[in-house]
Write a protein that binds this ligand. Structure first.
Ligand code: OAD
Length: 266
């Protein structure tokens, strides 16, 4: 029984390698599962809760309007968790493949706000002596390490701690004085236009689509996969469990990302 499962997984990896190996253009969509083995909790997994709050209760404009201190306290905790994490073998394999000389173009699209794809791009770029730019992801849901003014919309990088001990101590815009907020997409908010357009353009140009570590239930992000499939791309999924996108995938590799993704491009 065990040998049968291992054989099926090896067969899926081989078929996935062939699909990705013959592709002339690849789009990759990642979700929280790709960072699970780095130690970042997934959203819908058992560790997604914080002080009994579900992410869906805090990641909304209404929650920020009601209690910005609580929302910043949660984001401060998430930043601390992520600062202690490093890219894993899956992030690094994707960065290496995106920077490989002469390989078919690969567009990396992520729903993650943890910055681990960008960290992998910088790491691998340094090791190869390459600029990391082509391995940087399109961040559909923003970044934990940028802030945006809730008044005038001005954005900037932000990697320091936030004092969320009182409403008065929260960071404010240098331009207009309104409260700064994390530059992440909250429930009910539109996705950033450039990232969305470039992701869907890459999806319709791709002849292979790799989807890693996402439950595939949040749109429009999951639509990157269905758009690629509708344009004729072969879809490969890496996820230990069945997801809402499994029916769209021709090949599902039932394994963790850090183990499976390096084998797809090795
Ligand atoms: P979820 O928490 O919904 O799903 C994580 C997926 O990762 C699940 O399908 C797991 O089976 C899978 N998984 C767990 N461990 C894994 C591993 N080691 N390797 C590969 N896969 C693994 O997270 P997302 O699908 O990313 O949006 O959630 C999508 C969006 O919902 C998030 O970006 C966030 C959330 O609401 C916003 O905040 C706007």
């Amino acid at each position: 029984m065990k040998a049968g499962r291992a054989g099926a997984a090896a067969d899926a990896v081989e078929r996935a390698r062939q699909i990705l190996g013959r592709a002339r253009s690849i789009v990759v969509l990642t979700g929280a599962g790709i960072s699970a083995e780095s130690g970042v909790p997934t959203f819908r997994g058992p560790e997604g809760l914080w002080k009994d709050h579900r992410p869906e209760e805090l990641a909304t404009p209404e929650a920020f309007a009601r209690d910005p201190r609580l929302v910043w306290e949660w984001y401060g905790w998430r930043q601390d968790v992520v600062r202690r994490c490093a890219p894993n073998a899956a992030h690094r394999a994707l960065a290496r493949r995106a920077l490989a000389a002469g390989a078919a173009p690969l567009t990396l699209v992520t729903q993650n706000v943890d910055g681990l794809h960008a960290a992998a791009a910088r790491q691998v770029g340094r090791e190869l002596g390459e600029e990391p730019a082509t391995a940087l992801p399109l961040e559909l849901h923003g970044s934990l390490f940028r802030v945006r003014c809730s008044g005038c919309g001005r954005r900037r990088e932000h990697d320091g701690p936030v004092d969320a001990s009182s409403r008065q101590s929260l960071p404010r815009c240098e331009g207009c004085g309104e409260l700064l907020r994390p530059d992440v997409v909250w429930f009910g908010e539109p996705l950033p236009r450039r990232e969305l357009e470039e992701s869907f353009a890459a999806a319709s140009a791709a002849d292979a689509c790799l989807v890693v570590g996402t439950s595939g239930v949040v749109y429009p992000a999951a639509g990157v996969v269905t758009a690629a499939a509708a344009s004729g791309a072969e879809v490969v999924e890496v996820n230990p469990r069945e997801t809402a996108l499994s029916a769209t995938a021709g090949v599902s590799v039932r394994a963790g990302a850090a183990e499976a993704v390096p084998r797809l491009f090795g």
